[in-house]
Design a protein around this ligand. Structure first.
Ligand code: 4NP
Length: 171
């Protein structure tokens, strides 16, 4: 078993977090942009580094999905610097790897050669930190704008909870 939800594994300085989805153009870049800003607002810039990647390679080098970008801009975030990257074994040097859904988690764990029984606590579901409860961040790719609004709401409240956990872990 990993660390209980709310507790963070020990990490380096900066504490490095990778958020992982399938394409790295919708969910994980939304989480990266939101969490990065909340980390800055908490005064933890420089002490926490947030990146994102996708398990698939279809969109490598592309900017954020226009629908995800519009949703973020509408809420006051700037997603312009994002370029999609593919997750690989080299990313397992992060202190915390947060999967957006159960498929992403399974794909990361294949690379990590780890299982629920032999989990060192660094590979977790993003929504393990959601105050409304765990689960998948639903893939908005095939849906409409409401799906992106839902992802933003999940990501914002979960990022707030993550920042609380980071403050506690890094003080
Ligand atoms: P994401 O969404 O994993 O949240 O970035 C998707 C992006 C692209 C595809 C699927 C999901 N796709 O099939 O290309």
């Amino acid at each position: 078993m990993g660390a209980p939800a709310g507790d963070l594994p020990a990490g380096g300085s900066p504490y490095r977090i990778a958020v992982v989805c399938l394409g790295n153009i919708c969910r994980s870049p939304m989480a990266e942009v939101v969490l990065t800003r909340k980390v800055e607002e908490a005064g933890l810039a420089g002490r926490v580094a947030v990146s994102s990647a996708g398990t698939g390679d279809w969109h490598v080098g592309e900017p954020i999905d226009p629908r995800a970008g519009a949703t973020l801009r509408g809420a006051g975030y700037d997603p312009s610097r994002h370029r999609a990257q593919q997750f690989g074994a080299g990313w397992l040097d992060h202190d915390l790897v947060l999967a957006m859904d159960a498929t992403n988690l399974a794909d990361v764990r294949v690379l990590a050669d780890t299982t629920h029984d032999r989990d060192d606590g660094r590979v977790r579901m993003f929504r393990d930190f959601d105050p409304d409860g765990p689960g998948d961040v639903p893939d908005p790719w095939y849906g409409d704008a409401a799906g992106f609004d839902e992802v933003l709401a999940i990501v914002e409240r979960t990022a707030d909870a993550l920042v609380v956990a980071l403050r506690r872990a890094l003080r």
